[in-house]
Design a protein around this ligand. Structure first.
Ligand code: CA
Length: 555
């Protein structure tokens, strides 16, 4: 009996000793784990439904991936969402609201889609929570139209949906309501006339009553007396109605002076103006004064093209000051991807749709570059020895991140790696596919140049274990490995998690591994049972700080 126990204990010790060091080729699952076959034919860990939800909310499925079309990826994610809704609907709604409200995702579309599914597939309590969250997730008229387009495919216009949509209108302050009605007039075939007629909200006050009437009866001929104020000679005294009056006035204005005066006095946005005025430099100059930051970032090329944003102009200085104001970026929820996208378009000197060209100024390009870093949450340096490893294999060169044309996971991960490299004093950057490649990039480079450098690297198969193997063979001391990848690893003869444990054993360094997901698939190379490995989602603006906390052992 004693002999037996000794043998069992010895066997356990032996197993414990050799299991972490065991080597399994990536074409087979690691024994005793939940590894599943990935799209590349290798095996990696399957992430749980909540991790997958988080990935979807941040990365979306737009543009698909190397392995999946956009539709396939969307269907997979929709199924996962429905699973989350059924497991814990209220938690699902909370996650959606948290990501959306904080502006942590490049695009709000996945959150809107997820909220619509919760409003359609949830139990009664979940459906109510989802509809109550409409004002938090759908912050513009466009968001609302997108939600309605999604939701009516999964449920009917029952009383609760009518109340939810009506509640969205009633929750807005009157001036904000007028702004939404004027700025976001239609999307996906929907207009406020349609939605207000369907939802038929009970107006909370007389102003709202007359504004709702203006929306629904504006096209009736003749217009009812109740909305005569909108086209009267004098502006109404009510601020919200006056804004709508100014919009109506702009539609019939025949001289630029009137347009300029309406922009300045009522802060009409570009969307409120007939397009004939949008070639005038004076109009853009007036618009820029009160222009929201999101609009400014999207219209840099246009402002350059009309001759407003030129070298050494006042407009150039205004743009630069606003772009490099961290507080302003945070308040406007500007996402780094929006800045990366603007940087690519603006510096190219031509619009995406190819209409017209402009001369980009280096100071604006630099300001966009700076703004990219400012738009992330502040990152605490860990001062640990950090190896940033970029997966540049074939699959990473396919698909668009957040629907930005031509922004592949490969290039996007280059930019993301620089966010960490910029604050960490001890960092090393390398690239790998089925072999390691030197890549000469550093945070001193401008983002576009760094992305150009990785774009030129050759493609190849995928072995995500290479950074650890390399560090071990070359005796490189690393506390934190950060691998930016789609986790579709298959090439190597040892799994990345095993390679990390070998590295720890050989060097005595309790090294950690952070896997930064660049695609919203279901895989990870991080072992969920190893507390020294962490899964994060690339381009969640909170991610760099989460990585820093983990590297410091604070998680
Ligand atoms: Ca790959």
């Amino acid at each position: 009996m004693v002999e037996y126990y000794r043998e069992v204990t010895m066997a356990a010790k032996y197993l414990k000793k050799i299991m972490p060091n065991s080597r399994t080729p990536q074409t087979a699952p690691m024994p005793g784990t939940n590894q599943a076959r990935n799209a590349a034919g290798g095996y990696s860990f399957a992430v749980d439904a909540w991790t997958r939800l988080h990935r979807f909310l941040i990365l979306g499925s737009e543009g698909g991936s190397y392995y999946a079309t956009e539709l396939m990826l969307t269907v997979e994610n929709a199924n996962n969402l429905i699973q989350c809704i059924q497991m814990d609907g209220p938690r699902t709604v909370r996650e959606i609201v948290t990501i959306s409200e904080s502006g942590r995702a490049p695009k709000n579309d996945p959150a809107i889609f997820a909220l619509a599914l919760a409003a359609g597939y949830g139990d009664e309590a979940t459906r109510r929570l989802a509809l109550d969250a409409l004002p938090q997730v759908c912050r513009t008229g466009t968001h609302l139209f997108q939600f309605i387009e999604f939701v009516q495919r999964v449920r009917g216009w029952g009383r609760s949906l009518r109340r939810g949509v009506g509640g969205w209108y009633n929750a807005l302050a009157a001036r904000d309501l007028a702004y939404q009605l004027v700025k976001y007039r239609q999307r996906d075939g929907w207009t406020h006339t349609d939605t207000l007629r369907l939802a038929h909200p009970k107006p909370a006050d007389a102003t709202r009553d007359t504004i709702y009437q203006w929306v629904t009866k504006r096209d009736t001929d003749p217009r009812p007396d109740a909305i005569a104020w909108a086209t009267a000679l004098e502006a109404p005294s009510d601020e919200a109605q006056a804004f709508i009056w100014a919009f109506e006035r702009a539609q019939t204005a025949t001289d630029v002076e009137t347009i300029l005066q309406l922009i300045t006095e009522y802060r009409l946005p570009r969307e409120a103006l007939p397009t004939q005025w949008l070639n005038e430099v004076a109009v853009w100059d007036a618009l820029l004064q009160g222009m929201p930051l999101t609009a400014m970032i999207r219209n840099l090329g246009v402002m350059a093209k009309v001759g407003l944003l030129t070298p050494l102009s006042t407009a150039e200085q205004t743009v630069i000051d606003r772009l490099t104001d961290k507080e302003r970026l945070r308040k406007a929820r500007i996402h780094p991807i929006a800045l990366l996208s603007a940087l690519r378009v603006y510096r190219s000197g031509r619009g995406v749709r190819g209409k017209g060209t402009w001369l980009p100024t280096p100071r604006v390009i630099d300001a966009l570059d700076e703004a990219f870093y400012l738009a992330f949450d502040t990152v605490t340096p860990t001062t640990t020895r950090t190896m940033l490893a970029l997966d540049v294999s074939g699959s990473m060169g396919w698909g668009d991140i957040a629907g930005v044309p031509g922004l592949t996971p490969r290039e996007a991960s280059t930019a993301l790696a620089l966010v960490t490299a910029r604050v960490e004093p001890h960092y090393s950057i390398m690239a790998f596919a089925n072999q390691l490649m030197p890549v000469a990039i550093s945070p001193k480079m401008r983002l576009d140049a760094a992305m150009d450098a990785t774009r030129r690297l050759p493609f190849g198969g995928t072995d995500c274990a290479l950074p650890m193997i390399y560090a071990q063979t070359e005796n490189i001391p690393v506390d934190t490995f950060i691998i930016l990848t789609d986790s579709e690893t298959w090439f190597g003869n040892i799994h990345p998690a095993e390679a990390l444990r070998e590295y720890r054993d050989q060097t005595g360094i309790p090294a950690r591994l952070i896997v930064v997901a660049m695609i919203s698939n279901m895989h990870s190379i991080a072992d969920p049972d190893d507390p020294g490995m962490l899964d994060v989602v690339g381009f969640d603006t909170a991610t760099p700080q989460v990585m820093s906390d983990f590297a410091l052992g604070n998680l």
